[in-house]
Write a protein that binds this ligand. Structure first.
Ligand code: SER
Length: 718
């Protein structure tokens, strides 16, 4: 392994780091001081804020809101997806973003960007990491973003340019995408040596958020830890010596559900730099685990273990896998702490299931490899909070609660391990000499008890029996197929206007839908609600992914009206049911199947029972009983939220809700399950409140005004 030649940020650099208004971006009284993670994060934000007028936006929680295509937030751009797609509510604050900077908590442990399997094996992959990013939404493009990145790295952080390599998109003939010569020229004009500007294909230089969504060619900046040589051939070569540190994506397309690429109406920039890797560079380490984001954690892990200190070995030099175990535990406990602080708990579905696997993997490494006693994992949480709490205060707010959740899940795992062992033993006895362990039993242990599959295989193989991997694989594939089908059926809806359609609607001057008539109802003296009728004009029809003038009998389409009394799915409440009639044919009903709000337009999905044209006059009728049932249950979620907090304390946090006419679901976080007695108390208190029959107030206000109302609780939406 070649020696790492660290460089230090010298006073020469530090003294020149001032911004245009004269305020210092960084100052240090220490000669040759090494930047800490806090310094590096702050310098990044200040550089874009002070020198380049970017607005600072806080990290969003790691649980993506309103985006079923993602398990976890996996990039800084996720919270801005509606801007790229043009579906952002034009009345929202976000619609005004042009230049933005942030430091985002990201988890890559599932879905398209999944680093779980690499964690621990190498020294630069993580399930949780921080992404420093800057964005332009229809503002600057390639030239400015390359120049800003180069200035920050070489002038502010003081990285010698001869340690850097850049890559650009070399094109893809099959997809008809040309090489990104503009970017190649930009780097050349900035003085980067031609042999350090390297073309790569789709895999490395075309970034995509997921199976669908915004994407585009990118240019990456790579760093050579060794220096004093030509390391071009090691770029993108999976070497710990030459690592990618910054990715600048030029968002130009949307990947559609059918796999095609459609051009986005505005050009944007989305950049992301992993803080952990940058820090390793700036602190002169090859391994992220040698930076101040990890060293205190590794020391805490050592205190609980019966093993020697962390020595940073990988592969075959890591005899008995002790160093890998250190890295896995350090990485996973950061992920667990951040996720639990954001309300994703280890559990049985989607992101929760992934988190449960992460917890169980960490517990196994802790107990089996480092021989730490149960409870050791949770004891690391305060150290994580010390390291990250400054940048993300929510992580430091409830360390005890996070520790309790980790401990409870660890105890559950240890007990299901013994249960699983018994199932394996019984199955082996019943097999009566057969040499293939049933894949269905292994899958059931994995799916229902959270038993790691590799552990089942290991235990079975120890008894000289092979695993029926064919069945196991088939069951895994079947589950994946069911998930994909569920996702696909969602994308076939006619209410999901894409960015091009939204832009077309705006260019044609179609006004956003006036939806205040949904609140036009009153409570009569007889105690019954009366809903006012609503008349509307068809402004646009969306059919087969295009805007059309007319739809015919049997066609499913999205109908956009000038105004509507239909409640679009929002705030956890189901959309209204009901129907339209045409003024010209009042006896023909158009049942409304779905109603959604997209980029300021309320889209009603109907399957036309007769021809329907742009300009048609309609009468709208909602199913009043269904609306009323939803209203009642929606109010009940607020009463339930209030009651839970009254009885169980401030630790109760709403995580979501779903209201239909038939039932309500209220998701909340709490340390322990409620006892029967507590449930009875909640019920009683709710019934008392309902009996008091107090008035319900509803009003739409700007977010900032709403947040200032005393006693009002919010669930943060992205
Ligand atoms: N979205 C890009 C990435 O995740 C740049 O931020 O790499």
């Amino acid at each position: 392994m070649a020696a790492v030649v660290p460089f230090r940020i010298s006073r020469k650099y530090i003294s020149t780091i001032t911004c245009t208004n004269g305020r210092r971006l960084y100052s240090s009284t220490q000669k040759n001081s090494v930047l800490t993670s806090r310094d590096v994060r702050r310098m990044f934000i200040d550089f874009f804020k002070d020198r380049h007028q970017h607005r600072v936006v806080p990290s969003s929680p790691v649980r993506p809101r309103g985006d079923p295509s993602l398990l976890f937030v996996n990039a800084g751009m996720n919270q801005f997806k509606p801007i790229f797609l043009g579906s952002v509510d034009p009345r929202s604050e976000m619609a005004r973003y042009r230049r933005v900077v942030n430091s985002q908590k990201c988890v890559r442990a599932g879905g398209k960007h999944n680093d779980l399997d690499d964690v621990g094996r190498d020294v630069y992959h993580h399930t949780f990491f921080e992404m420093l990013g800057n964005w332009s939404f229809g503002d600057y493009f390639k030239e400015e973003s390359c120049a800003m990145a180069w200035q920050l790295l070489t002038e502010v952080y003081g990285i010698p340019p001869d340690r850097l390599y850049v890559s650009y998109f070399g094109g893809d003939e099959r997809l008809g995408l040309k090489p990104d010569r503009d970017t190649q020229e930009i780097w050349l004009s900035m003085g980067v040596q031609p042999n350090r500007i390297l073309p790569f294909g789709m895999k490395d230089n075309f970034w995509e958020m997921g199976e669908t969504g915004p994407c585009g060619p990118c240019t990456e900046i790579h760093y050579d830890h060794v220096g004093g040589r030509d390391a071009a051939r090691l770029v993108n070569g999976d070497s710990a010596d030459v690592v990618e540190i910054w990715n600048l994506v030029f968002m130009q397309y949307n990947r559609e559900a059918d796999g095609s690429l459609r051009a986005l109406p505005q050009l944007s920039v989305d950049t992301g730099m992993g803080l952990e890797r940058l820090l390793a560079v700036l602190q002169g380490h090859r391994s992220n685990y040698d930076t101040d984001l990890f060293t205190p954690l590794l020391a805490s892990i050592h205190q609980c273990s019966k093993c020697p200190e962390y020595r940073g070995q990988t592969g075959q030099s890591d005899v008995s896998g002790v160093d890998m175990a250190y890295r896995v535990i350090a990485d996973h406990v950061r992920t667990l702490t951040v996720c639990i602080a954001d309300g994703v708990y280890p559990g049985m579905s989607a992101a929760e299931l992934v988190l449960r696997r992460i917890l169980r993997r960490a517990v196994r490494f802790s107990i089996e490899v480092l021989q730490s006693p149960p409870g050791s994992l949770a004891r690391l949480v305060p150290t994580v909070a010390d390291i990250l709490g400054d940048a993300y205060p929510e992580v430091a707010k409830e360390t005890e609660r996070i520790m309790d959740i980790i401990n409870e899940n660890e105890a559950q795992f240890l007990s299901s391990l013994s249960q699983g062992r018994r199932v394996i033993d019984r199955t082996l006895q019943r097999m009566d000499g057969a040499r293939l362990f049933p894949g269905s039993i292994a899958w059931s242990l994995h799916r229902n008890l959270g038993f790691p599959l590799d552990l089942v295989s290991l235990m079975v193989e120890e008894k000289g029996v092979a695993m029926d991997t064919e069945t196991l694989l088939r069951l895994a594939v079947e589950e994946e197929k069911l998930k994909t089908e569920a996702q696909a059926s969602d994308t076939q809806s006619c209410t999901q206007l894409d960015v091009l359609t939204l832009t077309e609607l705006q260019n044609k001057g179609v006004p956003f839908t006036e939806d205040s008539p949904k609140y036009h109802y009153s409570l009569g003296k007889d105690g019954k609600y009366a809903f006012l009728p609503c008349q509307a004009t068809v402004q646009a029809l969306y059919c087969g992914q295009a805007l059309v003038q007319e739809v015919y009998e049997g066609q499913r389409c999205g109908v956009i009206l000038d105004q509507t009394c239909f409640y679009a799915e929002q705030g956890g409440q189901n959309h209204d049911q009901g129907y339209f009639t045409q003024d010209s044919q009042p006896d023909v009903l158009f049942p409304v199947e779905k109603v959604q709000l997209v980029g300021g337009y309320v889209v009603h999905q109907v399957t036309a029972t007769e021809a329907l044209r742009k300009g048609d006059q309609l009468q709208l009728f909602i199913d009043e009983a269904q609306r009323l049932a939803c209203m009642v249950k929606h109010t009940a979620t607020h009463i339930l939220n209030f009651t839970l907090r009254q009885l169980l304390g401030e630790e109760v946090e709403q995580r979501g809700s779903h209201v239909t006419a038939e039932r309500l679901r209220f998701d909340f976080s709490i340390k322990k399950p409620l006892s029967t007695q507590q449930l009875q108390e909640v019920e009683k208190m709710m019934q008392d409140i309902i009996k008091r029959d107090e008035p319900v107030y509803a009003e739409e206000l700007p977010l900032l005004v709403a947040r200032a109302i005393p006693g009002l609780r919010t669930v943060d939406e992205q």
